[in-house]
Design a protein around this ligand. Sequence first.
Ligand SMILES: NC(=O)c1ccc[n+]([C@@H]2O[C@H](COP(=O)([O-])OP(=O)(O)OC[C@H]3O[C@@H](n4cnc5c(N)ncnc54)[C@H](O)[C@@H]3O)[C@@H](O)[C@H]2O)c1
Ligand SMILES: [Zn+2]
Ligand SMILES: [Zn+2]
Length: 361
Amino acid sequence: MAQEVRGVIAPGKDEPVRIETIVVPDPGPGEAVVRVQACGVCHTDLHYKQGGISDDFPFLLGHEAAGVVESVGAGVTDVAPGDFVILNWRAVCGQCRACLRGRPWYCFDTHNARQKMTLTDGTELSPALGIGAFAEKTLVAAGQCTKVDPAVSPAVAGLLGCGVMAGIGAAINTGDVGRGDSVAVIGCGGVGDAAVAGANLAGAAKIIAVDIDDRKLAKARTLGATHTVNSKETDPVEAIRELTGGFGADVVIEAVGRPETYKQAFYARDLAGTVVLVGVPTPEMKLELPLLDVFGRGGALKSSWYGDCLPSRDFPMLIDLHLQGRLPLDAFVTETIRLDEVEKAFERMHHGDVLRSVVVF
Ligand SMILES: NC(=O)c1ccc[n+]([C@@H]2O[C@H](COP(=O)([O-])OP(=O)(O)OC[C@H]3O[C@@H](n4cnc5c(N)ncnc54)[C@H](O)[C@@H]3O)[C@@H](O)[C@H]2O)c1
Ligand SMILES: [Zn+2]
Ligand SMILES: [Zn+2]
């Protein structure tokens, strides 16, 4: 029996979001229905609403979520009704070329539910990142459900499902930050601050936070930044070099997604250092660099997709570290809101007022 629940949809390009009745089918083979307890508001939801990701309107928004599995379809063995889970957008297939080479964090064929959630008139919805969790219940592929310790608050846990994992993973997985490294993070929103926290967790000796907003820099300090640079007032490349004995940082993480900040990251790193791009650029952006500098400075220029995370490995581990008091994930929840306040949360995000607003059900 399909169920009817309330959910937030983006009806068309740049139109305000609204609450609609969503029809959630019973889980088919390999699928699960999850009762959502909390879902964070991410920049990517805003991109969907603005038509920046695809034209497949209407979207069912929301994808940074945690909740309890309500029912599972045939053949599902990894999760069962009652399990507390974080939803992920990397349900690895086990069969693509990345998975077969033992690199499932690059999986090129991740799973989503096969059946569609719809409006009551039958209109099919496109769930954001294959999740669609600004809804009381959502239908996903069972592999999108990662079990974690239920002692954690759902509002905190859900954030690991996207932006916070992307930032932490950019530092600990893609950037491979190690004990004693110097790290600079350019752009300290939710993702950049998570990279700061990740670098701290990995034992970085120096963590330089760069942003154009002093409020963000103050927050970065509470998450482990040892130095801060307001790049509106100070040249960040000079400042980072000065703070690292004149050399540049071992790892520089770009969490804005713009050519000018990428260039700063490129020149603020030490010889043979690593640049990690976790900010997402738009299609029209171009980058120009002297090829000789690319060669002569050596090292690694990497992009980080979803923090190169493997949900089954990283989510339970990071939740455990949080519960032990070693990873302050609660610092990312600026406010909890109701389902009908998502549009307002987009405005607050736009003005830089929040790291994350989280819808709590
Ligand atoms: N790679 C991934 O898998 C992944 C996942 C989630 C989000 N992202 C991307 O990460 C980026 C950051 O996301 P967020 O949620 O933290 O966004 P956000 O808007 O909360 O943060 C961006 C931060 O960058 C700062 N900033 C803007 N211009 C700057 C400049 N010129 N120099 C320095 N700082 C500047 C802002 O003040 C803000 O603090 C976005 O591009 C987002 O799409 C990537
Ligand atoms: Zn795969
Ligand atoms: Zn997200």
